[in-house]
Design a protein around this ligand. Structure first.
Ligand code: NAP
Ligand code: ZN
Ligand code: ZN
Length: 353
């Protein structure tokens, strides 16, 4: 395999810069993918800047990978050259624990092999999608529906599944026994996918954003209601309003105030990952038989289900496509919530790096 060009963070405080490294030659069950586009997830920034601790450098981030199969190993049956495919947050898992057997490999008992900032089973550091190609076992590769463009599909591989999975698990929708009133906190990469998906599932969707700036966008994306949380009376006005709240924000929030917006038996699901513990009082929980839960991406089977759902409903991400040379500037803009709604790197621009 020729050297693979990429962009990498070399240390927690350094900007990303050109880098090249070796990918393994394809094994029997491997798929070699020419990466066409890679989304920029806020988790890339958390890890490239070592905000969660334990980051390993050099790090090639990127786990919203969309590309085309170039070659396959001799025993691959699921894919062939020319297929449009995706790779999400993990590229392997133990395959034997109860979670892997149940198709929820993201919760693998020995942790999945994450797409970057992790190690293959043989100890090789994994390198992510800000690169020209990736080699992945066929069981961890997803099929992108033919009617969806690759650039706007890339963010489905993390942002899409991270919202689809809890919306399904907590049963969002209009039917009897379903959670009809759904609120999404934070209209960013994850949040805007949550609005589109919950709307397509038939839920009544409310966006809780910091300011009124994104109000018109929220409606266009499918939200029924929008509130700016900068207005304190919003919290009292929305007491006991929602069956399900999904929180995509990683900044500090008044968690107890948000819990108060849940109806009796409502659930608040944490998907945004702050680097500090979450301060929650017992009263907002016990005083409404409410649940506070978390959710991480989704398994391979459910990720394929999500992609097929997106294909049927023509759902993709709203993207701003950039050259790889703009990645550091894009990180700063994400931190200012100045992206509508996901940056996607055009990997063809690596050639001019
Ligand atoms: P993002 O695009 O930056 O969106 C985050 C949104 O949070 C912003 O657009 C903004 O929305 C809101 N926000 C930002 N700063 C805020 C503040 N100080 N107070 C209140 N709200 C604020 O990020 P993302 O890619 O969607 O990722 C969000 C989080 O989810 C990150 O922590 C990421 O690591 C995590 N994540 C988790 C999983 C998982 O499996 N659980 C998967 C992927 C990512 P408004 O402008 O509307 O307020
Ligand atoms: Zn992500
Ligand atoms: Zn496992």
């Amino acid at each position: 395999m020729p050297k693979t060009s990429a962009y990498a963070a070399h240390a927690a405080k350094s900007p990303l810069a050109p880098f090249s490294f070796d990918r393994r030659d394809p094994r029997e069950f491997d798929v070699v993918i020419d990466i066409k586009f890679c989304g920029i997830c806020h988790s890339d920034i958390h890890q490239a800047r070592d905000e969660w601790g334990g980051s390993v450098f050099p790090m090639v981030p990127g786990h919203e990978i969309a590309g085309v199969v170039s070659t396959v190993g001799s025993k691959v049956t699921k894919f062939r050259a020319g297929d449009a495919v995706g790779v999400g947050c993990f590229v392997d898992s133990c395959r034997t624990c109860p979670e892997c057997q149940a198709g929820i490999e993201q919760y693998c008992a020995t942790r999945p092999v994450f797409t970057y900032n992790s190690q293959e089973k043989d100890g090789t550091p994994t390198m992510g999608g800000y690169s020209e190609r990736v080699v992945v076992d066929e069981n961890y590769v997803l099929r992108i529906p033919a009617n969806l463009p690759l650039d706007a599909s890339a963010p489905l591989l993390c942002a899409g599944i991270t919202l689809y999975s809890p919306l399904r698990h907590w049963n969002a929708g209009p039917g009897p026994g379903q959670r009809k009133h759904v609120a999404i906190i934070g209209l960013g990469g994850l949040g805007h996918m949550g609005v589109k998906l919950a709307h397509a599932m038939g839920a009544e969707v409310t966006v809780l954003s910091q300011s009124t700036k994104k109000q018109a966008d929220a409606r266009r994306l499918g939200a029924d209601r929008f509130f700016a949380m900068s207005e304190p009376e919003t919290f009292t006005g929305l007491a006991r309003s929602f069956d399900l709240i999904i929180n995509t924000v990683s900044a500090e929030l008044d968690w107890n105030a948000y819990l108060g917006m849940l109806k009796i038996d409502g659930a608040m699901v944490v998907v945004g990952i702050p680097d500090k513990p979450i301060p929650v009082g017992a009263f907002p929980l016990v005083g409404g038989r409410r649940s506070l839960a978390g959710s991480m991406i989704g398994g391979i089977r459910e990720t394929q289900e999500m992609l097929d759902f997106c294909g049927e409903h023509n759902i993709t991400s709203d993207v701003e496509t950039i050259a790889i040379q703009q990645v550091n500037e894009a990180y700063e803009r994400i931190l200012r919530s100045d992206v509508r709604y996901r940056f996607v790197i055009d990997m063809a621009t690596l050639k001019s790096a």
